[in-house]
Design a protein around this ligand. Structure first.
Ligand SMILES: Cc1cc2nc3c(=O)[nH]c(=O)nc-3n(C[C@H](O)[C@H](O)[C@H](O)COP(=O)(O)OP(=O)(O)OC[C@H]3O[C@@H](n4cnc5c(N)ncnc54)[C@H](O)[C@@H]3O)c2cc1C
Length: 304
């Protein structure tokens, strides 16, 4: 049995592993796909403090090397079942059972997709799921953003500061986001709002050249020339693994800034927890907090 199992080797999970290993604990990290998580899929990161610009794969590699060199063990296996309720935390990856005194859940979240032709092919070539991350690459250009909630509205305003024109595509005739944000978007001269409209295709040879949309009321169709399409139709957490054991809110694991869950010895870090800002820096921060609190929990067991 190890001291700590971390589920997920993204920025949150590997940061947790770094802190826990440095605190002298035995740590196993389970990863079902590739280390680095969502970061591994982004060509460039330029908003992580003290790193001016870095390739997502290099960032992920650095994180992985740092965690493993400090002694954390990364197993490439997806957690398929857990029992987190007792003092011995049990995590299965298929038939293999891993046991630990504490667990940090850092399984991230996935950006919802549009599921239109061109989206997959042009992902990372003009199609982005994160305006805060990639918006600065479109300075002076014409872009589109799809969505109508607070994230889409915030992203539209963020893009409008950089881009010549931002086309905002929303499937309803009014926004779901807050009034203050809606008013700010409506007042912005370089945001063109396309209400009652849905995207039907993202066009372009090797990079995005346009977004085809259709009006759901009139059926009118058009292709807007844009060099970037931002998708802000929500994040999708996948917490079926812990359903019934950890408290969830809209699919996210409920936890505050201390990253503690409703179960003793179980912590949650990164995009998978209830929080306002889902970025690498906040995931890393959660990882540190969760690991320090897990370490305190482990020390309390040792003192018993
Ligand atoms: C295209 C893109 C570009 C981005 N660019 C930036 C940027 O420039 N700057 C920025 O700050 N943020 C950026 N973000 C957001 C940032 O990547 C996330 O906020 C951050 O990665 C969250 O880290 P995390 O560790 O919580 O989750 P994730 O990165 O999602 O990592 C979770 C990991 O857990 C693994 N996992 C899931 N379920 C299981 C399981 N059952 N068993 C084992 N492993 C499991 C996943 O495979 C994954 O590796 C970007 C996101 C995307 C999608």
């Amino acid at each position: 049995m190890v001291d700590l199992i971390v589920i997920g080797a993204g920025p949150a999970g590997l940061s947790a592993a770094i802190y826990a290993a440095r605190a002298g604990h035995t740590v196993t990290v389970l990863e079902e796909l590739v280390f680095g998580g969502q970061v591994a899929t982004t060509p460039e990161v330029e908003n992580y403090p003290a790193i001016r610009k870095i390739d997502g794969v290099e960032f992920s590699m650095n994180l992985y090397n740092q965690a493993t060199e400090l002694g954390a063990k990364v197993e490439f296996a997806g957690a398929t079942k857990v029992d987190l309720t007792g003092p011995v935390k049990q995590v299965w990856a298929g038939e293999t059972l891993y046991e630990a005194k504490a667990v940090i859940l850092a399984n991230g979240a996935k950006r919802r997709k549009l599921d239109v032709p061109g989206e997959e092919r042009l992902s990372g070539k003009g199609v982005s799921y994160c305006a805060t991350c990639d918006g600065a690459f479109y300075r002076g250009k014409v872009t589109a953003i799809v969505g109508g909630g607070n994230t889409a509205l915030e992203d539209a305003l963020f893009l409008a500061n950089n881009c010549e024109t931002v086309h905002l595509i929303h499937r309803r005739d009014s926004f779901r986001g807050s009034k203050i944000l809606s008013d700010a978007v409506i007042a912005r001269k370089n945001i063109v709002i396309h209400y009652d409209s849905i995207p039907t295709e993202i066009v372009g040879e090797s990079t995005v050249e346009g977004l085809s949309i259709s009006n759901v009321k009139t059926g009118a169709a058009e292709t807007i020339p844009v060099s970037g399409v931002f998708v802000a139709v929500g994040l999708a957490p996948d917490n079926h693994l812990v359903e019934g054991q950890l408290e969830l809110e809209n699919g996210y694991v409920k936890a505050g800034e201390d990253c503690a869950t409703n179960l003793p010895g179980v912590f949650v870090a990164g995009d998978t927890r209830t929080k306002a800002v889902r970025q690498i820096v906040t995931a890393a921060s959660d990882g540190a907090v969760a690991a320090v609190n897990a370490s305190t929990y482990l020390s309390s067991l040792a003192a018993e």
